[in-house]
Design a protein around this ligand. Structure first.
Ligand code: OAD
Length: 265
């Protein structure tokens, strides 16, 4: 019996292919795209998982659209305040820290590293990652709705108001969370940087994202079209799993530290 068990274990392909370790060690331009799954092990809920996802409980059209804010700014602020207070209590996990280490190691060997996230939780920055492209904004920032003003205010610098939404200290316009809502354009400069990096990378990681929301979902496809080696880390199959070079089925907080240690230690 134990002979059969050993035989099964020894014939199973390793979770992280040795070729991937060489790819990472030799890479000159690495791009990482993360989604809600990278923060799942920090306790931040994802969006689309059937029982636990945010959109299983809340309707995005009532909370995360410009129309929802116009109709009921108070309700939208309350919801983002609840989410911000929940996220404030969370810490980066081993997956976030492994990406910080990956950036440090790659920059040390004069490779380029671009970290793109769809997350608004700021956990990559908290883990020490630099120059993060936050495609969907950041929940700890607010922005004036008056387009002539467009003032950005860190949430911690806001004076408490009795009834949200808070007002802009410059023009008294209504402030909104500095996040991207459905139907809105992404920050152009960051989107251009993300696209340019994806189109000319040699190694691309898609981590913890369902790859359902555009335009971020196009980034791994751009990398595939550019003949980059594409890695996916996700416990379940997504739209791109069958197309990528290395589909790794597992949790980011488990896989990424092993990959980084296996490459550089
Ligand atoms: P989703 O909730 O759509 O997908 C999260 C993915 O993470 C799923 O594929 C999970 O299987 C995977 N996952 C869960 N735990 C994981 C773990 N420990 N390690 C690795 N992967 C794990 O979230 P996103 O793809 O990020 O946009 O969603 C994209 C955008 O849709 C969000 O930024 C948000 C949302 O609506 C806006 O609010 C504009």
């Amino acid at each position: 019996m134990s002979f059969i068990w050993d035989w099964i274990n020894n014939t199973r392909p390793p979770l992280i292919a040795p070729e991937l370790v060489s790819n990472l060690r030799d890479a000159k331009r690495v791009v990482v795209l993360t989604g809600a799954g990278i923060s799942a092990e920090s306790g931040v809920p994802t969006f689309r998982e059937a029982q636990t996802g945010i959109w299983a409980e809340y309707n995005p059209e009532e909370l995360a659209t410009p129309y929802a804010f116009e109709k009921n700014p108070w309700r939208v602020w309350e919801w983002y305040t609840w989410r911000r207070e929940m996220i404030e209590k969370k810490d980066p996990n081993d997956g976030h820290y492994a990406l910080t280490e990956m950036q440090r190691r790659l920059l040390d060997q004069n490779a380029q590293f671009t970290l793109i996230t769809q997350n608004i939780d700021g956990l990559h920055k908290m883990a020490g990652s630099k120059d993060v492209l936050e495609l969907h904004g950041n929940i700890f920032r607010s922005r004036c709705t008056d387009l002539d003003c467009d003032e950005i205010v860190e949430y911690k610098d806001l004076k408490p108001t009795e009834t949200p939404p808070p007002r802009c200290h410059k023009c008294n316009g209504m402030l909104r969370p500095d996040v991207v809502w459905f139907g809105e354009a992404l920050p152009l400069d960051d989107l251009h940087k993300a696209m340019a990096a994806s189109q000319k990378c040699d190694l691309f990681f898609s981590i913890g994202t369902s790859t359902l929301i555009q335009p971020a979902a196009s980034l791994p496809i751009m990398a595939l079209d550019a003949d980059a080696v594409v890695v996916e880390i996700n416990p379940i199959e997504t739209l791109i799993t069958k197309r990528v070079t290395y589909p790794i089925q597992g949790k980011a907080g488990n896989i990424l530290p092993k990959l980084v240690a296996g490459t550089w230690d």
